[in-house]
Design a protein around this ligand. Structure first.
Ligand code: HEM
Length: 505
C-alpha cells in the first residue's frame, strides 16, 4: 500500500492544489464549501487535495463531469462513503460494482412514476399536519421553520419507505426521530475531522460510541417493521411502501435477504429526508428574500388549484433554480478502480474523483450572475447550456434513484405552503455566507455561553439580544447569517439555518 501511495504522490505532483495542511487549516476558519470555492479560483477547475492517505481530484468542468458520470465502469463510491457503512451497509448509496448493479436493477421499479402516485396521498396528508403546526406559530414573531420541515420530510419518507406512520411531526421527542438526527449530525462531523475519520480511533471516542448506539436503535426499528410486515402483524398499516415491494420481490424469488432489505430501507431513510427538507428550507428562504418571485409562484399555485391543473412550470423553475444555487449535495465522488481517462488526465487506480456540483452550478459560462436567484433561467430554451452544468441529482447510471420522488414531494410541500402562507425574511438579518461561518468559529464558546439551553431563535427579542451582544463584543458593524442547512453547530443551540417569518394569508 505504501508503494501505491508513493506512486499516487508522484502522479499527483503535476496536478495543482493546496497542501493538506493549508486546506484543513484554512477551512477551519471558513465553511468547507467556501474553502473549495477559493481553491477552485486559485487552481482552476481541476485540482487535487490529499486527505491523509486518500487522494481526491476535484472536477468542475461539465465536459469532464459528463465523461465521469456517464461511465459504466466507474461505479464505485469513494473512500469517504465508507464512514457510513456501519449504518448503511451495502445499500445503494455506498455499494459499488456488480453488487450495486444487481440491487439497483431490483429497486428501480419501486420508483416508477405509476407507483410514486401512491405516495402522493401521504405527502398531502403530512403537508396538512405541517401547515397546522406552522399556523399555530404565526403570531408575528419570527421563528426557525427548519425543524418543522425536517419532521415533515421524515414522516413522508418513513411512511413511504415502511408503510407506517411515524408521526414525527406529532411526537418530535420520539427516540427514532431524535436518533436519526443525532446519527446524521455525527456522520457529518466525522467526515470533516481527521481524528474521527480513522475507523479504529473513532470507535473508542465518546462520539463513536454514541454513533454506534444510535445506529443500533435505527437498525432495530427497521428490523422490527420488516419482521412485523412479514408476519402480517401491522394493524395500522394501509399504504404500499418501498418495503412491501422489496418483500414481494423476495417472495417472488429475488435474492434480497432480510438484512439486505433492511439496509435498503435505511438508505432511503437517510437519503430521502435531509435532502428534501434542506431543499424545501432553501427554497422558502430564497422566496422570502425575493417577494416578486414568491408572488408569481403563489399566483401560479392558486391558478393551478382553481383550474384543477397539476402542471406548475414556474414553481418547477423556482425549485430547479433553488437546487442550482444551494446544491443540496454539493459534491459527490467515485473511486477509480482501473485507469480512467478524463479530459487530458489519465487517472490511476486508487484515486477518488470528486464532482464539484456546487462550482459547476456557478459556472459563469452557463449562468450569468451565478449568485443571483433567477428562476427564469429554467424557463428559457438555452441552447448554450451544457447538460452536465446542472447536476443536483447527479447523472448517469448512479444518479439519484429518488429524483422523481423528491421533485413530487418538493412540489407538493411548496405549493401547499405557498397557498397558505407568505414567507417574509426575519427583520434585521442580512444574508451573507462567508462571514458568518468565520464568525461562528470565533464566537463558538460565546454562543454556547449565551444560548445555554435556550433555542436561539425561539423569540425575536432573545435572538436580537444575542445579536446585539455579539456585535458589541466583536465590534461588528453588521450581523450576517448563512444560508439554511449550512450551519448546524452540534452541541450548542445555534440554529441559524433558516430564520423565516411566515404570515398566515
Ligand atoms: C432534493 C432531494 C434530493 C437530492 C438533491 C438528491 C441528490 C442525490 C445525489 C446527488 C445522489 C448521488 C450521490 C452520489 O453519487 O454520491 C443521490 C443518490 C441517491 N439518492 Fe438522492 N437526492 C434527493 C432525494 C432523494 C430521495 C427522496 C430518495 C429516496 C426516496 C433518494 C435516494 C437516493 C439513493 C438511494 C441514492 C443512491 C443511488 C445509487 O447510487 O444507485 N434521494 N441523490
Amino acid at each position: 500500500q505504501i508503494i501505491a501511495i508513493i506512486r499516487l504522490k508522484q502522479w499527483s505532483s503535476s496536478i495543482p492544489g493546496p497542501s493538506m495542511w493549508e486546506f484543513v487549516w484554512k477551512s477551519r476558519k471558513m465553511s468547507v464549501l467556501d474553502k473549495l470555492k477559493e481553491v477552485h479560483k486559485q487552481y482552476g477547475s481541476t485540482f487535487r487535495i490529499w486527505l491523509g492517505k486518500d487522494l481526491f481530484v476535484f472536477l468542475a468542468e461539465p465536459e469532464d463531469i459528463k465523461t465521469l458520470l456517464s461511465s459504466n465502469h466507474l461505479l464505485h463510491k469513494s473512500s469517504n462513503y465508507k464512514l457510513l457503512d456501519s449504518w448503511l451497509g451495502k445499500g445503494l448509496i455506498i455499494n459499488g460494482g456488480e453488487s450495486w448493479r444487481k440491487r439497483r436493477k431490483l429497486l428501480t421499479p419501486a420508483f416508477h412514476f405509476s407507483i410514486l402516485s401512491e405516495f402522493k396521498e401521504s405527502m398531502e396528508e403530512n403537508c396538512r399536519i405541517l401547515i397546522q403546526h406552522l399556523k399555530a406559530k404565526t403570531n408575528g414573531e419570527p421563528f426557525d421553520i427548519c425543524p418543522y420541515i425536517t419532521l415533515f420530510a421524515l414522516d413522508v419518507i418513513y411512511e413511504t419507505a415502511m408503510g407506517l406512520k411515524k408521526h414525527a411531526q406529532l411526537q418530535s421527542d420520539s427516540l427514532y426521530v431524535k436518533t436519526i438526527h443525532e446519527v446524521c449530525h455525527i456522520a457529518h462531523r466525522r467526515s470533516f475531522s481527521a481524528l474521527y475519520r480513522s475507523r479504529t480511533l473513532f470507535k473508542f471516542t465518546k462520539l463513536g460510541r454514541k454513533y454506534q448506539a444510535g445506529v443500533q436503535i435505527l437498525h432495530e426499528e427497521t428490523e422490527r417493521v420488516d419482521k412485523e410486515d412479514l408476519s402480517g402483524d401491522i394493524k395500522e398499516k394501509r399504504r404500499l411502501a418501498f418495503l412491501d415491494m422489496l418483500l414481494i420481490s423476495q417472495m417472488e424469488g429475488m435474492s434480497l435477504t432480510d438484512d439486505e432489505i433492511r439496509e435498503e430501507v435505511d438508505n432511503f431513510m437517510f437519503a430521502g429526508h435531509d435532502t428534501v427538507s434542506s431543499a424545501i428550507a432553501f427554497t422558502l428562504h430564497l422566496l422570502s428574500q425575493h417577494p416578486n418571485i414568491q408572488k408569481q409562484a403563489y399566483e401560479e399555485v392558486l391558478a393551478a388549484m382553481r383550474d384543477g391543473k397539476e402542471s406548475m412550470p414556474y414553481l418547477e423553475a423556482v425549485i430547479k433554480e433553488s437546487l442550482r444555487i444551494s446544491a443540496i449535495v454539493p459534491f459527490f465522488s467515485r473511486q477509480v478502480t482501473e485507469d480512467f481517462k478524463v479530459g487530458s488526465l489519465t487517472v490511476p487506480k486508487g484515486v477518488n474523483i470528486v464532482v464539484l456540483a456546487y462550482m459547476v452550478h456557478r459556472d459563469e459560462r452557463y449562468y450569468s450572475q451565478p449568485e443571483k436567484f433567477d428562476p427564469t433561467r429554467f424557463l428559457q430554451d438555452n441552447n448554450d447550456s451544457h447538460p452536465y452544468s446542472f447536476v443536483p441529482f447527479s447523472a448517469g447510471p448512479r444518479n439519484c434513484i429518488g429524483q422523481r420522488f423528491a421533485m413530487l414531494e418538493l412540489k407538493c410541500a411548496l405549493s401547499n405552503l405557498l397557498r397558505t402562507f407568505e414567507f417574509l425574511p426575519a427583520e434585521g438579518l442580512i444574508m451573507k455566507e462567508k462571514t458568518f461561518e468565520q464568525y461562528l468559529q470565533t464566537s463558538y464558546s460565546f454562543y454556547q455561553h449565551l444560548c445555554n439551553g435556550a433555542n436561539l431563535w425561539s423569540s425575536k427579542s432573545f435572538g436580537m439580544h444575542i445579536i446585539e451582544c455579539l456585535m458589541k463584543t466583536y465590534n461588528l458593524s453588521e450581523f450576517v447569517y448563512n444560508v439554511p442547512g449550512r450551519i448546524k453547530r452540534e452541541g450548542s443551540k445555534i440554529k441559524c439555518s433558516d430564520v423565516i417569518f411566515p404570515v398566515y394569508r
